[in-house]
Design a protein around this ligand. Structure first.
Ligand SMILES: Nc1ncnc2c1ncn2[C@@H]1O[C@H](COP(=O)(O)OP(=O)(O)O)[C@@H](O)[C@H]1O
Ligand SMILES: [Mg+2]
Length: 330
């Protein structure tokens, strides 16, 4: 019965138009597995029949090249089909075009999920995104406080407005924004656009510090945005929520995480932030080969017992992820 009700609610939400959930995947630290978590989550959701849009907002473009061959990107996408091209007109003081015009459907992964009714699309990234950030910064400020606040809202709310427009134009169930390891204007756009924030983290000293700092930065951004938004007549407040921390690169010994990692996981839990029970184990060969094959680990054929263990754990994470989303909808 409960399951029926949950389904009915998601269906109702979806039938009123497009996007059900927008989730930003972020951590201040690089190399903690953000992109790997994003790619596998998206692929598994598409395998389960969801229509997923990925937006790669990291200039390093790792997510992009986990689905799109570099040669193809060079020849067909680099010039006018990336998130940089979408942001460029804004830097020139113009209104941004529709996000829908920048969407690419990578072939390999879609061949895999098509028969299940799912879809995985991506808006690719570009190294030049670093300059976009500098250009957007020049649009901030103003002749007086009022104007400066208005410019702040305009610059940081671009992706949010575009996402609302995309809801009417498309049939995506979930949008995942893979963020860079910083808190620049593009990242802030992703957070302002998101309803939920997912934090992949490695259980080590620096990552643990980073989570606390990230939480504070997100809270400051929300407070600032809403404060400025309140002075506008049609101002809209934002309330992106932290869904939780998913631990990555877990090293097991005697079928439990090694002591040092257990200690950092406990520290994060004690801080009061929600943590996912399911985790991504460390396996360099399995995870580092996948991007080149353009199909995430979770959809690859089982090559070994370890591989199937890794896949099972990712599937468990996606179960938990969906339960968390659905619990929040109710
Ligand atoms: N669970 C894992 N086990 C082993 N290596 C991993 C795992 N997750 C990611 N990696 C590897 O670590 C590197 C950084 O991962 P990535 O997902 O790109 O992190 P981020 O997006 O946080 O920078 C990549 O080379 C990736 O293949
Ligand atoms: Mg990344």
């Amino acid at each position: 019965m409960l399951e029926f009700q949950l389904n009915a609610i998601s269906l109702t939400k979806r039938s009123t138009g497009g996007v059900v959930e927008v989730i930003a995947v972020i951590n201040y630290k690089g190399g903690v597995g953000k992109t790997t978590v994003t790619a596998n989550l998206a692929a598994e959701l598409a395998w389960r029949g969801k229509k997923v849009l990925l937006i790669d907002t990291d200039a390093q473009a790792s997510l992009t090249f986990s689905f799109v061959p570099p040669d193809f990107w060079d020849q067909n996408l680099e010039e006018s089909m990336t998130i940089k091209s979408w942001f460029d007109p804004i830097s020139d003081g113009q209104e941004p075009p529709s996000l829908a015009d920048f969407v690419y459907s990578p072939e390999a992964v879609n061949r895999r999920v098509e028969s299940r009714g799912g879809k995985l699309d991506i808006i690719c990234s570009h190294l030049g995104l670093l300059n976009v950030d500098l250009e957007l910064a020049t649009l901030l400020g103003g002749a007086n406080m009022q104007q400066a606040k208005r410019n702040y809202l305009k610059v940081h709310g671009q992706l949010r407005r575009a996402m609302q427009q995309l809801e009417d134009e498309s049939d995506y169930d979930i949008v995942l924004l893979d963020c860079p390891p910083n808190f620049n204007i593009v990242t802030k756009n992703a957070i302002v656009a998101a309803e939920k924030i997912l934090i992949p983290a490695k259980p080590d000293y620096l990552s643990t510090l980073g989570i606390d700092y990230l939480q504070r930065s997100v809270n400051t951004l929300i407070k600032e945005y809403n404060e400025y938004s309140n002075i506008e007549e049609d101002g809209e407040s934002i309330s992106p929520e932290i869904m939780g921390v998913v631990f990555t690169m877990i090293q097991y010994m005697n079928s439990q995480p090694i002591a040092a990692q257990r200690q950092f996981m406990a520290t994060v839990k004690r801080s009061g932030i929600r943590t996912f029970d399911s985790k991504f184990r460390e396996n360099k060969s399995i995870f580092s080969d996948a991007p080149q094959q353009l199909i995430p680990v979770v959809l690859n054929a089982y090559e070994s017992h370890t591989h199937s263990q890794v896949v099972d754990e990712i599937e468990e994470f996606v179960d938990e992820f969906m339960e968390t989303l659905e619990a929040d909808i109710v």
